[in-house]
Design a protein around this ligand. Structure first.
Ligand code: NAD
Length: 482
């Protein structure tokens, strides 16, 4: 396979890094290099932030009709769809994810552009009845230059998730894709250029976290940071932002439970429990990584889950298997370290638990179910970020709630029951940003508010709610005197 040589995008120009250094993005299915991209550093970040600032303050941008920003996003949506096959192929190669999942990701990226295209001219203020001789109203203004630090698990989807509302609201931006998966963010910038987005409005700087991500988070001339990734890096980003008093939106993953009651439709629940932990090889912030199952059906249900896992095909993303490789050697070793914890703690590995060399030369790991784990074990508390499901039985609904709420995270929860009162009782008490009853994910949901409780982060993405985080409110009071 030929290695694609790519440049990054600053101020409407395709460019090398100032150091002229590069690095390779690796195909995790074969461990071979896929693309060579510029190794951006603090000077490149500075260039990009300056370009975004100049673009933001330009008369053309300030005077552009909101509807025109919407049209740009519509054109981006169309272009993404026109190039769906190629974008999905690249995303599948770069991340390792099954081709069908990459195709969905590309369509979701198009949907983000389309969804926020429609609201660009509907970002409304309020009139506030203060007193008869005062006209008081609010306007929602863009923040200015927004910084977007993107992880490697859903590169095009997460880049589009914040690009689209930020642009719809009138911001200009600097995007830093993950070093493991820089390709489709650069393709997105190409499409923005073709869609007529002016130079400097969207900038993409490729590079490593410490070399490009950290200077972006610490840059004094940005106005907001959207970060998706680990708690440790999120903490570093928040600290850097604190120095300059910049707002942050943090999406930091989770340890999300699927809570299965004895009265649930077992086959359907098992299907979704498996799907929610093997999607993207478990490298999903909202992965259903804990199975809380009513003790009376524990054996039967776990057998059903392991039976479904046995049927899964593991292989390179482009062969469209059920499960692709893990993103990197580092992440593979991290998953293995949790398997050693399972061994030390005497947990039972019901299926999987090891690498899968028969799937290829890359970083493959078998879908895994770990049973007989204490709720306080690192296996049940920490984000493993692999296809590893931990089983935790419960006897009462109160116990299910306590276990479900018993981690530092709170991103998503699934409830499986045919008892409406149990569903409502739990939905009201779960500490999670999204709760699903008898489904998990509702098909992706560009329209649904998404974000974390507790260490899963704060701020909200997706839906109309996201616009609040890319705008600031100004109150204007006008004295009327005759
Ligand atoms: P990470 O959080 O370190 O990386 C995410 C992004 O942050 C990347 O673009 C990276 O370059 C950048 N980054 C790294 N260090 C930075 C810094 N000091 N300042 C600014 N930006 C920086 O994630 P990782 O190390 O690649 O993965 C480790 C763990 O993160 C995973 O095991 C998983 O638990 C978690 N993770 C979560 C998500 C999610 O969607 N919630 C996504 C990816 C990773």
């Amino acid at each position: 396979m030929t290695v694609e040589r790519m440049q990054m995008y600053i101020d409407g120009e395709w460019t090398e890094s100032i150091s002229r250094e590069t690095f390779f993005s690796i195909d995790p299915a074969s461990t071979k290099p896929l693309a060579e991209v510029p190794r951006g550093g603090s000077e490149d970040i500075d260039r990009a932030v300056k370009a975004a600032r100049t673009a933001f303050e330009s008369r053309d941008w300030q005077e552009m009709l909101p509807a025109e920003r919407g049209r740009m996003l519509y054109r981006m949506a169309q272009l993404i769809r026109e190039q769906q096959a190629e974008l999905a192929r690249l995303e599948s190669l770069d991340t390792g994810k099954p081709l069908s999942q990459a195709q969905t990701d590309v369509e979701v990226a198009a949907r983000y552009c389309e969804y926020y295209a429609g609201v660009a001219d509907k970002i409304l203020g309020e009139t506030i009845p203060v007193r008869p001789d005062v006209l008081d109203y609010t306007v929602r203004e863009p923040l200015g230059v927004t910084a977007h630090i993107v992880p490697w698990n859903y590169p095009i989807q997460i880049a589009a998730r914040s690009l689209a509302p930020a642009l719809a609201a009138g911001n200009t931006m600097v995007i830093k894709p993950a070093e493991d998966t820089p390709i489709t963010a650069l393709k997105l910038a190409q499409l923005a250029e073709t869609a007529g987005v002016p130079a400097g409005v969207v900038n993409v700087v490729t590079g490593f976290g410490t070399e490009a991500g950290a200077p972006l988070a610490a840059h004094p001339d940005i106005d907001h940071i959207t970060f998706t990734g680990s708690v440790a890096t999120g903490t570093a980003v928040m600290k850097a932002a604190a120095v300059n008093i910049k707002p942050v939106t943090l999406e930091l993953g989770g340890k999300s439970p699927n809570i299965v009651f004895a009265d649930a439709n077992m086959d359907e629940a098992a299907q979704w429990v498996v799907r929610s932990i093997v999607q993207n090889a478990g490298q999903t912030c909202s992965a259903g990584s804990r199975l809380l199952v009513e003790r009376s059906i524990r054996e039967e249900f776990v057998a059903l889950v392991t039976e479904k896992m046995k049927q899964l095909r593991i292989g390179p993303g482009l062969e469209n298997p059920d499960v692709g490789p893990i993103i990197s050697q580092k992440q593979l070793e991290r998953i293995e370290s949790y398997m050693r914890v399972a061994q030390t703690e005497g947990a039972a590995i019901r299926i999987g638990g090891q690498r899968c060399p028969s799937a290829g030369a890359g970083f493959f790991f078998e879908p895994t179910v770990v049973d007989h784990v204490s709720a306080s074990s690192p296996l049940a508390q920490e984000e493993i970020f692999g296809p590893v499901l931990v089983v935790l039985p419960f006897d009462t609904i109160e116990e299910a709630l306590a276990i479900a709420n018993g981690t530092e995270y709170g991103l998503v929860a699934g409830i499986w029951t045919n008892h409406i009162h149990k569903a409502h009782w739990l939905a009201a008490r779960l500490r999670a940003g999204q709760v699903f009853v008898n489904n998990y994910g509702a098909g992706g949901g560009v329209e649904m508010t998404f974000g974390g409780y507790r260490k899963s982060g704060f701020g909200r993405e997706k839906g109309l709610e996201a616009l609040k985080y890319y705008t600031q409110v100004k109150n204007i009071a006008i004295k009327i005197s005759l």
